[in-house]
Every structure is written in structure tokens, then in C-alpha cells.
Design a protein around this ligand. Structure first.
Ligand SMILES: CC(C)(COP(=O)(O)OP(=O)(O)OC[C@H]1O[C@@H](n2cnc3c(N)ncnc32)[C@H](O)[C@@H]1OP(=O)(O)O)[C@@H](O)C(=O)NCCC(=O)NCCS
Length: 299
């Protein structure tokens, strides 16, 4: 696993998000490989400050290969796990098959171990790439069920626009103080991912329930079905309060995390999105109940 990579013509660097050229090289790599534009993150408070990128740069300063680690504490079965996340793993086609990705993965995992993280998580559509490093897949489940009748339609929620400075400041302060949205499986803080995910999916709406100081990330599909993606608050409101505040009368609800704090019980459904959540560490622990990380935490 520690074979030397063929890195002729390339220079290894780490910790380059503070260097505008290094950050720009990553934005460009992710645009080219995944068609994702993380550039707007710079106007939304910047990349996660705990990020530690590892990469091979070519002579022109372009990134040939990258993987980034960052602190991603999450709750699993009621306990906060001091975990790291791995993201933005990619190698440009001309540089593939030379062991560059293996090299960066080993370097990132060594760093995670030296930092004392007790677990590492990632999302991938190529689970076999990570099994050799001890990662295992964690099944993901959303919940479906009938919507409760909101007793009071207050309709007081207002839509937030993360690119608006006042709305961004409000989002950031609530994200900083949030409680885990589920005791089974949920992130504790990850403001940067929440904020960029509001930009990557144009269907995501972000509303403020003023009286509850709660941010609701949600969607409505063409058939009028309500999807609850995340709730950011110190005290999680019930689903009645959420539907009432948003003034939504949907017959059915889908919740993309375990709804143990919503005062509502749906039926768990496996999520087969093509990407797999993988965990390294913690023995063979898995969520005690069907659960998933909110799509707003996707990284
Ligand atoms: C997947 C990817 C990162 C591999 O990069 P690479 O530099 O060619 O990988 P390496 O040469 O370091 O090979 C590392 C190992 O991965 C294996 N591997 C390479 N591509 C793979 C793939 N598509 N699926 C599964 N395993 C793969 C190699 O066989 C090698 O195994 P070994 O360590 O047992 O020898 C690269 O093809 C890529 O950027 N793809 C598009 C983006 C992507 O899928 N990123 C990862 C998603 S989380």
C-alpha cells in the first residue's frame, strides 16, 4: 500500500487553501472532474477552517491530484465522535494509474491518525477504492410517512438567501449554535458544507422560523410532496411546527435524517443514491436505528 507513486514533474503540497492560487487550483479541479463549482464558498465564509488538503501540483500550478481532510464531528448513537471527513478526491485523467491517489489517501489517513481523530468518514461511488484502508459502508435510510395536520398554520417563515449578507450572518450564527438534528446519526457542526449545499442544488429552499429561531432546509417535488432535508436550531421544532410555519399542507412527508426529535414517526426506506457513506474506525459500530446524514451535510 506504500508503493511510491510515479510523480515525475509534479510537486507535493499540503495545506494550500490559504494560498489563493492553491484554492483556485482546487476549484478548477472539481469543476473539471465533477462539474461542481465550489467557488461561491469563498463568499459564504470560505472553506471549512479545519481543512487540510493534500495534492500533487504540475509545473503550471494546476492540481493533478487532490484529497482534502477536515474535522467532521458527528453524533452516532448518542455519542459525539471526533471524526474527520475526506472529500474532493480526484486525479486528472493524464495522471491516473500512477499511484497518486493511493499516495494522497495514505498521507491524508496518516494525518488523521496523527491528529487523533477516532474515525474517518467519506462518501464515494467507488467503495472498493477505500475498502483496503478499512472503510466499510454504512447503510443510509430516509423516512417516509403521512404528514401530521399542522394545528396552526402560522405561515410566518421567510425564505433566506445565503448570498445576502444579513441572511448569511444569521445562518452562520445559527449553524454555530445548532444541536444535532438526530441522536442516531447527524453532524454536530459543518457550516461550510451546509452553505455550499444551498448553492449546489437549486431546488433546496432555506427558510427561517423566526419564533423558533430555526432554519429549515426543504424541497417540494412536482407532485407536491414535502421533503425535509435538515433543521438548524438549538431546539428542534416538531414537524407540525415546521409545516405550520412554512404554511405547507402536504399529504406525505419525506425526512432525510432519523426524525427522533421531530415528534413524528415515518417508515425507514433505504437510500440508493449511487454514493455510499463509508466509515473507518469505531470497530464495527453502526447506527442502532435506520438513519442517514442530512443531504445538507453532503461533502
Ligand atoms: C478514482 C481515481 C481518484 C483514481 O486515481 P488514480 O491516481 O488513478 O489512482 P491510483 O493510481 O493511485 O490507484 C489507487 C488504487 O485505486 C484503484 N483504482 C483506480 N481507479 C479505480 C476505480 N475507478 N475504482 C476502483 N478502484 C480504482 C487502483 O487499482 C489502485 O489500487 P491498488 O492501491 O490496490 O494498486 C481517479 O480515477 C479519479 O479521479 N476518478 C474520478 C473522480 C473519482 O471517482 N474520485 C473518487 C471518488 S470518492
Amino acid at each position: 500500500m506504500n508503493k511510491r507513486p510515479d510523480s515525475a514533474g509534479l510537486t507535493f503540497r499540503q495545506d494550500y487553501f490559504g494560498d489563493p492560487a492553491g484554492w483556485a487550483a482546487l476549484v478548477c479541479l472539481l469543476q473539471d472532474i465533477f462539474g461542481i463549482d465550489i467557488g461561491p464558498l469563498q463568499q459564504l465564509g470560505g472553506p471549512d477552517p479545519t481543512s487540510m488538503p493534500f495534492g500533487w501540483f504540475d509545473a503550471e500550478g494546476a492540481l493533478a491530484a487532490n484529497i482534502s481532510a477536515f474535522a467532521l464531528p458527528f453524533v452516532l448513537n448518542g455519542r459525539i465522535i471526533h471524526a474527520a471527513g475526506l472529500q474532493s478526491g480526484a486525479v486528472r485523467p493524464p495522471w491516473r494509474g500512477r499511484g497518486l491517489y493511493r499516495d494522497l489517501t495514505v498521507k491524508a489517513l496518516d494525518w488523521c491518525e496523527r491528529q487523533g481523530f477516532e474515525a474517518v468518514i467519506l462518501y464515494t461511488d467507488k467503495p472498493s477504492l477505500y475498502e483496503a484502508y478499512g472503510f466499510r459502508a454504512i447503510p443510509q435510510h430516509r423516512y417516509e410517512g403521512a404528514a401530521p395536520d399542522p394545528s396552526i398554520f402560522s405561515g410566518t417563515a421567510r425564505l433566506l438567501t445565503p448570498s445576502n449578507a444579513d441572511d448569511l450572518a444569521l445562518l452562520q450564527s445559527l449553524l454555530k449554535a445548532r444541536s444535532p438534528v438526530s441522536s442516531s446519526l447527524s453532524v454536530t457542526v459543518n457550516a461550510a458544507m451546509f452553505l455550499i449545499n444551498t448553492q449546489l442544488d437549486p431546488d433546496v429552499r432555506v427558510s427561517l422560523l423566526e419564533d423558533r429561531q430555526a432554519i429549515i432546509a426543504w424541497k417540494m417535488d412536482a407532485a407536491g410532496r414535502f421533503s425535509l432535508l435538515d433543521v438548524v436550531a438549538t431546539e428542534i421544532p416538531t414537524i407540525e411546527e415546521i409545516l405550520g410555519g412554512l404554511d405547507i399542507a402536504s399529504a406525505a412527508v419525506e425526512v432525510f435524517f432519523r426524525p427522533d426529535k421531530l415528534g413524528w414517526a415515518g417508515a425507514p426506506q433505504p437510500v440508493n443514491s449511487g454514493t455510499v457513506l463509508m466509515l473507518r474506525g469505531l470497530g464495527d459500530e453502526v447506527p442502532h436505528f435506520p438513519a442517514m446524514l442530512s443531504p445538507m451535510a453532503d461533502f
